[in-house]
Design a protein around this ligand. Structure first.
Ligand code: FAD
Length: 446
């Protein structure tokens, strides 16, 4: 008898679980509350879908920020090369770009979804759209079943699903792949967390991640739209600075952008993965080094040369060769504000370059290498690429993706408490956990 498997969610993890389970011979039905599959896949990689990262396996795990070890079996079962091969074999040629980021050759995210749904059609998998799931149905294990496996933590087993329209459907196994809560307009509204909690599982609190920062200072507003390519950022917990040994939670180098609310860009999104506001409710201090390639002394020498060459110019103009124009203006204002509060010189923004002494030039270099922003929060789930938190990994057997408390329930994708950096890693987590969940569901335990 073919096993009858119900998959909740036609996102990346659910579609791949359905592929793997149907390839393994199971009879698979997918329930999706949206009108189509892969709504989130469609907006990934700015519509191009950075579907994986072709790095080696150690680099892969280094880019997983939370619970990398949990993913070992899933990644070894179905790694990045396997995903590239799957797309190539299913009518979606691929390419690898800078940073080993892999994309469909067409640059169309919809081609990735189509490769999956075409495969499912060939395997005669039924996908029911506009059909949300309301509840996962499980029944208690009998005394005999409990006695047969005394080491198991399972107290229940899957019986089926309750749909939003009130119908009940029977299933031998269920794959839960409902995603997180970021970009809820794509369908990820946290239903999976409620299902898991109702089955007695621990769900870690959720927070937005890979998300822009809001800041207290107002000067980033003046720089709205200014993008910086080679910046070093260091993120410290605020309020910890008074303590002796403060450790940064993140240090990185790359590209960032100023906005009307604060800061964004790849470097900031990466930093946000480490900004745990539950652990550090006072927020964070973001230190920006605008000239990381130069030591403070080298930068002071460079400024001295610029000032020497433009002695009679206002210093704001003299430092322009170092920065984009608007940034030079803001740096000059911040310097003047700091100097005026430190002494009462009050020479202001119009000071001529030649009036700067060695100490003032050193102070200016120090400021450029350490501009501080007070991070007050993030832009929230509507702008977060992923969700931090989710179903605790201790609730799931990493070798099969089966829930430890409920037999024949398998869990995959962003609904789990794992997350990674940008670069194709999060989608690969969805493919790998989805694949392992699908294979395991087809094999079954009871
Ligand atoms: C703007 C943006 C860009 C991104 N770009 C990239 C990128 O380039 N590379 C990368 O690796 N990652 C990227 N990500 C992250 C990546 O998209 C996600 O990590 C991944 O899609 C998670 O897959 P999932 O299948 O677990 O969840 P989802 O893709 O969220 O799918 C869950 C599905 O379940 C359905 N569902 C939910 N509840 C129910 C229910 N009760 N009944 C029925 N169906 C239900 C939803 O409608 C949805 O279709 C990006 C994310 C965003 C928001």
């Amino acid at each position: 008898m073919k096993r009858n498997i119900a998959v909740i969610g036609a996102g990346a993890a659910g579609l791949m679980a359905a592929v793997a389970a149907s390839d393994a011979g199971a009879d698979v039905t997918v329930y999706e509350k949206n009108e189509k599959a892969g709504k989130k896949i469609y907006i990934t990689g700015k519509g191009r879908c950075n579907f994986t990262n072709a790095c080696d396996v150690q680099d892969f795990f280094d880019n997983v920020v939370v619970n990398p070890k949990f993913l070992y079996s899933a990644i070894y079962d179905f790694d990045q090369a396997a995903m590239i091969q799957f797309l190539e074999d299913n009518g979606c040629p691929t390419k690898v770009e800078r940073g080993k980021r892999a994309f469909p050759l067409s640059d169309h995210a919809s081609d990735v979804t189509r490769a999956l749904t075409d495969h499912l059609r060939r395997n005669r998998v039924k996908i029911h759209y506009n059909r949300g799931v309301k509840k996962i149905l499980a029944k208690a294990l009998s005394d005999d079943e409990l006695a047969a496996d005394p080491k198991s933590r399972a107290t229940g087993k899957i019986s089926g699903l309750l749909l939003d329209d009130g119908r009940r459907v029977a299933a031998d196994a269920v794959v839960l792949a409902t995603g997180g809560v970021s970009y809820p307009s794509t369908g990820s509204t946290g239903d999976g967390y409620r299902f898991a909690e109702s089955l007695g599982m621990e769900v870690k609190p959720q927070a937005p991640s890979l998300v822009p920062f809001t800041v207290r200072e107002t000067w980033p507003l003046e720089l709205q739209g200014v993008s910086l390519k080679n910046v070093q950022v260091t993120l410290f917990p605020a309020g910890e600075t008074a303590k002796k040994k403060i450790r940064p939670v993140y240090e990185g180098f790359g590209e960032m952008m100023f906005t009307h609310f604060g800061v964004t860009g790849p470097l900031i999104l990466s930093a946000s993965s480490y900004a745990d506001f539950v652990k550090f409710p006072e927020g964070f201090l973001l230190h920006l080094d605008l000239k990381p390639a130069l030591s403070q002394e080298q930068l002071a020498e460079r400024i001295a040369r610029e000032f020497d060459a433009a002695k009679l110019k206002e210093f704001v103009h003299a430092i322009r060769p170092l920065f984009p124009e608007r940034l030079a203006g803001v740096v000059a204002q911040l310097f003047v504000a700091r100097e005026e509060s430190a002494s009462d010189q009050g020479n202001g923004i119009h000071r001529k370059a030649y009036t700067f002494n060695e100490k003032e030039i050193a102070d200016l270099a120090a400021l450029i290498k350490d501009l501080v922003l007070t991070v007050t929060g993030t832009r929230g789930f509507n702008e977060a690429i992923i969700t931090r938190g989710g179903i605790a990994v201790k609730e799931i057997n990493p070798s099969t993706m089966e829930a430890r408390r409920v037999k024949n329930l398998y869990i995959a994708g962003e609904v789990i408490d794992v997350n990674a950096q940008t670069g194709g890693f999060n989608l690969q987590i969805a493919w790998s956990t989805g694949h392992l969940a699908g294979i395991s569901a087809a094999e079954g335990t009871v």
